[in-house]
Design a protein around this ligand. Structure first.
Ligand code: ADP
Length: 262
């Protein structure tokens, strides 16, 4: 018996990092997982769905159920196609985790409109595009759980992340408002602010600098720890809680060095 037995779960950007950690844990807990990823290109430029397929293979090898999807979350067609694939395979959607993302860090005064548009498009618009068809289905079919990925950059701020912080603050607002609209229909909506040490974050110049100076920094838990928090939010463990944000804790320089050396 798993905590998510039979729960159909869509996870975007799940070919790497946090999304992959969520997908593997959810597979172990009995969920049927649609693993979406555009292709694993760090700049979001796309590619094959090899990264998503590798995660699917791992879930299946461990006895779980999963399918790969390579659609772009940042278009309505992509969002619809992700939903359609889950429906064609399993006929329902119980959980949606909006996790896909890109980074285009730059200071505001040097920053480009192209990077601004790209970051807002993948994060904020992407969350909209995938949630839209899923939301309608959940509304008509007794509810579900939607988790959107926010960030301390959107809530507190971070150097060099005006585009990302703006997108994440937008997602936080979307999350709060969706939670209010979803309550009546049994749709629970959470914000996850992971602060995880992943491929995406470990390379950031400010973390490199901090590692070199030996300074500790407020980045947070390992992907596996964050996946446990995600499991709590998406399973019955969290009861009827909605409209809340989970901030998962802290990590040191030593772990960052180990991670980067891999
Ligand atoms: P983190 O683990 O911090 O979330 P990663 O870069 O490891 O960061 O994961 C983000 C994932 O989102 C990547 O695998 C990337 O390919 C994926 N991604 C980026 N843009 C899109 C998109 N438009 N549609 C689907 N997936 C995307």
């Amino acid at each position: 018996m798993g905590l998510l037995d039979g729960k159909v779960t869509i996870i975007t950007g799940a070919g790497n990092g946090l999304g992959a950690a969520y997908a593997k844990l959810f597979g172990k807990e009995g969920a049927k997982v649609l693993v979406n990823d555009l292709g694993g290109a760090r700049d979001g430029s796309g590619g094959s769905i090899g990264a998503a397929q590798a995660v699917v293979d791992e879930i299946r090898a461990a006895g779980g159920e999963a399918i790969a999807n390579g659609d772009d979350v940042s278009t309505m067609e992509g969002g619809q196609s992700i939903f359609d694939q889950a429906m064609a395979e399993w006929g329902r959607v119980d959980i949606l985790i909006n996790n896909a993302g890109i980074l285009r860090d730059e200071t505001f005064h040097k920053g480009s409109e192209a990077n601004w548009d790209a970051v807002i498009k993948v994060h904020l618009k992407g969350t909209y595009c995938v949630t839209k068809p899923v939301w309608q289905w959940m509304r008509d079919n007794g509810g579900g759980v939607v988790v959107n990925t926010t960030s301390t950059s959107g809530l507190i701020g971070n150097f060099g992340q005006t585009n990302y912080g703006a997108a994440k603050a937008g997602i936080a607002g979307l999350t709060r408002n969706l939670a209010i609209e979803g309550r009546k229909y049994g749709i629970r909506v959470w914000g996850m602010s992971p602060g995880a040490l992943t491929r995406m974050t470990s390379d950031l110049p400010r973390y490199r600098e901090m590692t070199e100076s030996g300074e500790d920094f407020p980045v947070t838990g390992q992907p596996d720890t964050i996946a446990q928090a995600m499991l709590y939010m998406c399973s019955d463990l969290s009861g009827d809680q909605t409209g809340k944000f989970m901030h998962v804790a802290r990590q040191g320089v030593a772990e960052l060095k180990v991670m980067r050396s891999k």
